[in-house]
Design a protein around this ligand. Structure first.
Ligand code: NAD
Length: 479
């Protein structure tokens, strides 16, 4: 079954059917490279969300009784179909959200890994037995799926987030209602087609496209939603957190970042500079775990700035299908304004643009700033563009203190040969993830991925999602 992609007018996938929005309205999805019309998608309403939740609720009693073998087979089949439809998925990642081919391939391969790792979860939904103080009492726990999981995903890595969160939720026996970013509905429609073709029962996975600020509340506050997993901006995360707290709906929030990289005087710049460039320029800095703050010990500072600028000025900005292209267009006019404002504010307050700062169409050149001070917006706020600030530090301790001077706490990195300082940093940085001698951008299907403070609550990944998306029930039998 196919959505009407040939017309590029996408529909919702609810209860095993492709349906238009109840108000029959659509919205335009633009290709961010040139703002041309990419497709139209159903403009979901509150009624659509309620239909999708009702479908997921109705499917749950049957779906939760499916066997691990069935769910494992369906999930592995998703991976097979993804491979068969690879060209289509890559085209979508390129034309819908402006991914350069190398980022699209990275995302595709990561997505495959996410689905296959989720298949391994199906057999791991298990409890324990406990000794009892009561003679003849057999005591145990079982792990059970929660019910309906609301999955809300962002524009920047739609395939990674969809494959991870939807697949993990389905693997452990939940049914799903998915609200993707209004900037990436086609990718998710392709995924829904694949889920359907893989054999998942009607209603186990439901997709509603539309604007989160219009229909998000209908989903997150619905009494039949048993878990919310949200990835997106910290502002929206705060709203969802308040709704979930009111309704006592368990949730995980994966939010924004301003991830630091600390480079000590004994680091090897030959290795550090390419990783630094990858950390901030991949997908033009539109990565939650991108590093936008570099703290460099004074003896290496000048050399690092010079070498980083040289690499930055050569980062590929060509055709998105050229494998050497790194810099993507910035996703929307609103987001472009944000990146421009951050740079302009920094310059107006005295920062120096070492390289970049100009735009080529909707693409911002890789931009490095020095002389950034606390009163500049770029110092503390998430830019979500290819813009990094480089700061000199006089000691490791100063680097740790400055790295920790942020409301965010997602990823972090330190480059040094000093194992004591490296581990001290890893244990004392206020971030959910730390990479010693590696880039802040790193993710694997089974690791605990997530952050603290403004970067979110909870972790995701196979083990973390298994725990978060199921509940333990204690059962005794008096023999
Ligand atoms: P966004 O917050 O604008 O949108 C994310 C999702 O939330 C979309 O699906 C949107 O439709 C939905 N939404 C909007 N308002 C809502 C509401 N009131 N209720 C429910 N849902 C609502 O974020 P974005 O611009 O798509 O993505 C960029 C942000 O996501 C950045 O801040 C980035 O750091 C963050 N992000 C975090 C991670 C992570 O794992 N921590 C990963 C990727 C992106």
């Amino acid at each position: 079954m196919n959505a009407k992609t040939e017309l590029k007018t996408l529909q919702h996938w609810i209860a095993g059917n492709w349906v238009d929005a109840s108000g029959a309205e659509t919205f335009d999805v633009l290709n961010p490279l040139d703002d041309s019309l990419y497709c139209r998608a159903a403009k979901g309403t509150g009624a659509d969300v309620r239909s999708a939740v009702a479908a997921a609720r109705a499917a749950f009693p049957t779906y939760k009784e499916t066997t691990p073998t069935e769910r494992e087979r369906w999930l592995l089949r998703i991976a097979e179909i993804m491979e068969a439809r690879k060209a289509e998925l890559l085209d979508c990642l390129i034309d819908e959200i402006g991914s350069p081919m190398q980022k699209a391939l990275f995302e595709f391969n990561k997505g495959l890994t996410m689905v296959r790792a989720a298949a391994g979860l199906c057999r791991n939904v298990r409890g324990e037995t406990f000794p009892s103080d009561v003679p003849g009492k057999f005591s145990m726990s079982i792990r059970a799926p929660l019910g309906v999981v609301a999955v809300i995903t962002p524009f920047n890595v739609p395939l990674i987030k969809t494959t991870r969160l939807v697949a993990n939720a389905l693997a452990v026996g939940n049914t799903v209602v998915h609200l993707p970013s209004e900037m990436a509905p086609h990718l998710t429609v392709l995924f829904a087609e694949i889920v359907a073709e893989a054999g998942f029962p009607a209603g186990s996975y439901n997709l509603v496209t539309g604007f989160g600020h219009e229909i998000g509340n209908d989903l997150t506050s619905h009494k039949d939603v048993d878990f919310v997993t949200f990835t997106g901006s910290s502002v929206v995360g705060q709203l969802i957190s308040e709704i979930c707290a009111k309704n006592k709906t368990p949730n995980t929030l994966e939010l924004g970042g301003k991830s630091p990289t600390v480079i000590l005087a004994d680091a090897d710049l030959d290795k550090v500079v390419p990783l630094a460039a990858r950390s901030i320029f991949m997908f033009a800095g539109q990565a939650c775990i991108g590093s936008s703050r570099f703290y460099v010990e004074r003896p290496l500072y000048d050399s690092f700035v010079k070498r980083f600028a040289m690499v930055a000025s050569k980062v590929g900005m060509g055709d998105l299908r050229d494998p050497n292209t790194v810099i993507a267009p910035i996703i929307s006019e609103r987001q472009r304004k944000r990146v421009k404002d951050h740079i302009a504010d920094a310059v107006a307050k005295g920062a120096t643009i070492v390289t970049g700062g100009q735009w080529e169409g909707n693409r911002c050149q890789p931009t490095l700033l020095t002389g950034v001070t606390e009163d500049m917006t770029v110092c503390k706020s998430e830019t979500f563009g290819p813009v990094a600030s480089i700061y000199p530090i006089d000691s490791y301790e100063e680097g740790l203190a400055k790295a920790n001077d942020s409301e965010y706490g997602l990823s972090s990195a330190i480059f040094t040969k000093d194992i004591d300082k490296a581990f001290h940093f890893a244990r004392n940085i206020g971030a959910g993830m730390c990479h010693i001698n590696g880039a802040t951008i790193h993710d694997e299907a089974h690791v605990p991925f997530g952050g603290n403070g403004e970067s979110g609550v909870g972790r995701e990944g196979t083990d973390a999602d298994l725990e978060a998306m199921t509940e333990l029930k204690w059962i005794t039998v008096q023999l």
